[in-house]
Structure formats: C-alpha cells, structure tokens
Write a protein that binds this ligand. Structure first.
Ligand code: SF4
Length: 298
C-alpha cells in the first residue's frame, strides 16, 4: 500500500504537523455575481459568500483558537483562503489580505483557492512575488474533465482555461493543487479515473478528492429531492477513489481523500458527515486492496 500523502510530506519538511487556518477573503465569485452566472455551481451553497469575517489578524487568532487543543505550542500553519474565489478582486486589496495572512512566523504556507479563469497577470505577479517569501499554493476547482459533467455543475469554463492557468502558475513557480469531485451524475468509475489521470499529467503538484454531497439551499438539493440524482454509497466512493489513486503518478501529492465532512446543511449522503469513520474505512480498504499510487500507469 502506498500513496503520496500530504501530511507525511509536510512532517518531513517542517518537522511538525502543519495545521490549516481557514480564512475568509470576502471575495465573491464570477459564477455568482452575474459575470458568468448568478446561481453558482450547482453544489455551492454560497453561505457567507459576500460576508467579511473580520480583519485577517482577528481571523488568524480565531482560527488558531479552533485548532489550539490539538496543535500544541510548536505547530506550524497554512493560511488557507478556502471558500469562494479568493483571487477575485483588486490586486492591492488581495496584497493586503495575503500579506497579513502569511506574516506570522509560524504560518509557513499561503494557500489560495480560486478558479482558473480568475488569474489575471497582475494577480499572478503578486502570487509569484509572495512565493519568494514563503511557499504559495493555488487551488483550482476543476472537478471533472468531462464536458457534460462540467455543464451539469455549471462550472463556467472549459478545459483549455485550466490548462493555461496551470501553465502560467507553474511558470511563476507556484504550487498547484487541483480539486476533483467523485460521484458526479452519469460518471462511471472509468470516467473518474480519466479525470484523475488527466490531473496527474496536467502539471498539478497536488490533488484533493471530494465526494459530491448535497447541501441544503443548493440547486443540487432540488434535483436530489426530485429524485433526479443520487449520491454515492461509501463502498462505491472508496472503489472509485482506489481506481483514481492507481491512475495518479507517484509524484503528485494527495492532499485529501475525502471532503471536509460534517456540515450543518448536509442532506446527502449522510455517511459523509462522519469524516473519521470515512477515513478509517478508506485506509482499511486501501490496506486490504494494497492500493499503490500509480500502479495502473506502469
Ligand atoms: S466557483 Fe466556487 S464559489 Fe463560485 S459558485 Fe462555484 S463552487 Fe461556488
């Protein structure tokens, strides 16, 4: 059994566990503000999308408090702008946010989640400049390579846009982490493996796997209630994940094997709310099936 796990990588590099501090940039999203669309991706609940959550030092403080019990004194941190399109705004505003977030000494990485169509040259220059101080990761929500699925989720850009963004980010020396969703309606295990393999060969340095889950208040919830789509069972999710991992080159770092779990607004599948149980089930299946990252590519 082998997969290239983020936590092991970080421990080796920083000699301590590295915790994420989730921050809000207050940026909105072109898929929500009317530029590309006004209902967002089909699964996106948009909660707090436009809300400022306090200034960055105060947010860092609050986020530290949330992990304090497990992190201990010598922990290191990733300042993580996670929700919404965190490069969607004037570059001087972004500069202030990012600089403040990466200022504390124990913040060792800045991670910025965004869309590949929201990386204008001046923002890329800013990220490249900051990357010379501390590593900067940019996370891209690709989710799938299949056009019908991309239309279904209303992603709002085509594959060449992703490819161009990865090329420009890599040329600027920035670490790229790409997100994939498993369980999109109509996608077979083979199709999911095709997406994973594509991401692995796209130049991305890391990948995050998520399960398609239904949140209250989304358009996906309406489709689910109407019986127009179903979510995956745990066994099917694990089987798909195993195939995807086998189709990833060994160099790509796996940041996440499942989504972040327990959500107040989670409607389905309810098993995904128990992240600990899900991770235990994934790890024991990987052991049982001797999953080796990249084995399907040899
Ligand atoms: S790109 Fe992200 S923030 Fe924008 S609608 Fe889609 S999931 Fe929501």
């Amino acid at each position: 059994m082998y997969w290239n796990d983020l936590n092991n990588n970080l421990k080796a590099q920083y000699n301590s566990k590295v915790y994420k501090l989730a921050l809000s940039s207050g940026c909105t999203c072109p898929n929500r503000d009317g530029t590309l669309g006004d209902r967002g991706c089909i699964f996106c609940d948009g909660a707090g999308a436009f809300a400022e959550q306090g200034d960055i030092p105060a947010q860092l403080e609050a986020a530290r408090d949330r992990v304090a019990a497990k992190a201990g004194k010598n922990a290191k941190y990733i300042a993580y702008f996670q929700s919404f399109t965190n490069t969607y705004g004037p570059v001087e505003r972004l500069r202030k946010l990012y600089t403040q977030a990466m200022e504390p000494e124990d913040v060792v990485i800045l991670s910025v989640a965004t869309r590949p169509d929201c990386l204008p040259e001046e923002t890329l220059d800013l990220l490249a400049e900051l990357n010379r101080t501390k590593p900067v990761w940019v996370e891209l929500g690709l989710q799938t390579i299949h056009p019908a699925s991309a239309r279904y989720i209303r992603r709002g850009y085509d594959l060449p846009v992703y490819e161009d963004a990865v090329r420009r980010l890599k040329a600027a020396g920035i670490t790229v982490v790409t997100h994939q969703i498993l369980g999109l309606p109509g996608e077979t295990q083979h199709m999911m493996a095709q997406t994973a393999q594509y991401i692995g060969q796209s130049g991305a340095d890391g990948i995050k796997f998520h399960l398609l889950h239904v949140l209250r208040g989304t358009d996906l919830a309406e489709a689910w209630r109407a019986g127009k789509m179903q979510t995956m069972e745990l066994d099917a999710y694990i089987a798909a994940l195993e195939t995807c991992v086998r189709h990833l080159p060994r160099e790509i770092v796996i940041h996440r094997l499942t989504g972040d779990g327990a959500k107040r607004d989670l409607l389905a599948p309810l098993w995904s709310g128990d992240k600990k149980r899900v991770l235990n089930a994934i790890h024991s299946a990987f052991r049982r099936d001797d999953v080796v990252q990249g084995s399907a590519l040899m």
